[in-house]
Design a protein around this ligand. Structure first.
Ligand SMILES: Nc1ncnc2c1ncn2[C@@H]1O[C@H](COP(=O)(O)OP(=O)(O)O)[C@@H](O)[C@H]1O
Ligand SMILES: [Mg+2]
Length: 245
């Protein structure tokens, strides 16, 4: 069980998160949707303290961290329990696909080389890139790079993977292969929190949809409930604007 309680975050006078709370069961896939600027990225980044929340509490796999009293060790533990996939893939340009996946195993987990290599090979299979093992990012398509990015997140065997619009930097024809990899992880019950504007994907892959607006969770429900009969007028308007109803 992952619990995020009452997160508040401001940037100077701009109150971006206004008491956001969310619980995820192990193996659950939750999609966050909502208008640009509603605080979705900031919320994800607060979960692993890439942004330090002003207030609130994160509970992941037996680690309980209060924003106001968090120590360096707490933040380290949180980062170890989570992995993040960004819009821009953030791969090491001077490392091959397999080396990019091995990196966190060697550096963070101090795993022996051979063991790290075996795990990375297995993960490359899972993301469908075994044949690109020795390719550098510059020789991979955007979709392939993002699949390496997802592989790198998987490698550390996190309690939860946080994905922030993982397909929004991709050319349209490359979106599908990345969504397919994420769907496969969902089927294997990897716990994931995914910010996405791919409504069809959210509908197909998520167990639950959360609609955020103006720094709050306005509504949450099953994909069926939320897409077919949104209860809040702001949810209805957003869905209407993105034309999925
Ligand atoms: N590092 C930052 N410094 C200052 N303002 C920020 C920072 N990150 C986000 N914001 C502001 O927080 C608000 C929410 O941004 P964000 O979380 O990126 O929303 P979303 O992901 O829903 O588009 C925006 O007004 C944005 O300008
Ligand atoms: Mg964002």
């Amino acid at each position: 069980m992952i619990e995020i309680n009452n997160i508040h975050k401001s940037f100077s006078a701009n109150k971006v998160l206004n008491g956001v709370s969310l619980k995820l069961n192990k193996g659950e896939v939750v999609a966050i949707i909502g208008p640009s600027g509603s605080g979705k990225s900031t919320f994800l980044r607060c979960i692993n303290f890439l942004e330090k929340p002003d207030q609130g509490e994160i509970v992941i796999g037996g680690i309980r961290v209060n924003a106001q009293s968090a120590t360096k060790e707490d933040v380290w533990q949180l980062r170890k329990a989570t992995a993040m996939v960004f819009q821009s893939y953030n791969l090491f340009k001077n490392k091959t696909a397999i080396e990019n996946i091995m990196e966190p195993l060697l550096v963070v987990q101090k795993m022996p080389l051979l063991e790290a290599r075996n795990i990375a090979m297995d993960i490359l299979e899972q993301v469908g890139l075994a044949d690109k093992r020795d390719s550098y990012p510059s020789k991979l398509s955007g979709g392939q790079q993002q699949r390496v990015g997802i592989g790198r997140a998987l490698a550390v065997n996190p309690e939860i993977i946080l994905l922030d619009e993982p397909t929004s930097a991709l050319d349209p024809e490359l979106v599908g292969e990345v969504l397919d990899v994420i769907k496969r992880l969902a089927e294997k019950h990897m716990t994931m929190l995914i910010v996405t504007h791919e409504m069809r994907f959210a509908k197909d892959a998520a167990n639950r949809i959360v609609f955020m607006d103006d720094g709050r969770i306005v509504e949450e429900g099953s994909p069926f409930e939320l897409f077919s009969s949104p209860k809040n007028i702001r949810t209805a308007k957003f869905l209407n604007d993105v034309r999925v109803c």
